[in-house]
Design a protein around this ligand. Structure first.
Ligand SMILES: Cc1cc2nc3c(=O)[nH]c(=O)nc-3n(C[C@H](O)[C@H](O)[C@H](O)COP(=O)(O)OP(=O)(O)OC[C@H]3O[C@@H](n4cnc5c(N)ncnc54)[C@H](O)[C@@H]3O)c2cc1C
Length: 228
């Protein structure tokens, strides 16, 4: 783990409250992140905030952060001007992609998207275009949706790629876009097709998904999760 500084180089607003922020961190080459790890911002004494790395390359990393007005850390980070330098620590965390070619399912809700997207990207870089993956992602409504193009591009790296988006506030019901929650995706038929599960999002989703997977016979050691 490095105690270091990183500088905001680009900022893109993805939805009304979600930002994609890219930072340059020359120190990163001293200890490269694993897919799924996070960065800790030291914003002020007693004000540390963790954010999962959504992608990284060379000396840069990208975060996806929900700006919650009136809260403390996320507005400081999302409102910062390009060129602002922050102090922090990276890489941190044990919610990391397992280095194997097993069929994997990535399930994320809201900004819990960031680490599972990073893990799926890492899996795509293994270079064996044989893996089967599923990417299952929930947001409230269509206006909260982001990274559609990036996810479809990611899918081109895999022989078999199932991408399903869940919305709890839309009346949609198609093959790709469904109503309600990601846990609905977990059925005996689908579970029989995937060997490892990566879950990230609200504590309620993670708890419910873990219980459902275990009830369907998935061993605890094949379920990896983080909640926030
Ligand atoms: C490992 C990890 C990875 C994470 N990755 C991401 C990520 O990729 N993207 C992302 O967006 N988030 C991520 N988070 C969440 C992130 O760290 C912060 O928790 C989140 O951004 C909220 O921080 P904040 O300072 O804006 O809110 P805070 O100010 O800390 O508010 C948090 C809580 O305090 C309450 N609160 C705030 N102000 C008050 C007040 N005045 N009075 C009473 N209660 C109040 C809020 O209701 C809320 O429940 C991650 C967390 C962890 C642990």
């Amino acid at each position: 783990m490095l105690r270091t500084q990183f500088t905001l180089t680009t900022k893109r607003q993805l939805t009304h409250d979600v930002y994609e922020l890219t930072y340059s961190c020359p120190d990163m080459i001293k200890e490269y992140p694993k897919h799924g790890q996070y960065v800790m911002f030291q914003l002020a004494p007693g004000l540390n905030r963790a954010y999962s790395i959504a992608s990284f390359a060379g000396k840069t990393f990208t975060l996806i952060i929900k700006r919650i007005a009136e809260w403390r850390g996320s507005p400081m980070i999302c409102d910062a001007e390009v060129g602002t330098t922050f102090s922090g620590m990276l890489p941190l965390g044990h919610f990391v992609l397992q280095d194997n070619s097993r069929a994997k399912c990535f399930i994320g809700t809201g900004t819990g998207f960031a680490p599972v997207y990073c893990q799926a990207l890492g899996h795509s870089l293994r270079g064996e275009k044989a893996e089967k993956i599923a990417f299952v992602f929930w947001v409230r409504g269509l206006e909260d949706s982001f990274y559609e193009e990036e996810i479809l591009e990611l899918g081109r790296s895999f022989v078999s790629f199932e991408y399903v988006q869940y919305f709890s506030r839309e009346g949609i019901d198609t093959e790709r876009q469904r109503k309600w929650y990601v846990t609905d995706w977990i059925t005996p038929e689908r579970v029989s097709e995937y060997e490892e599960y990566y879950l990230c999002g609200s504590p309620a989703m993670v708890k419910s998904a873990r219980e459902k997977l275990e009830a369907l016979g998935i061993a605890k050691e094949n379920i990896f999760w983080e909640q926030f």
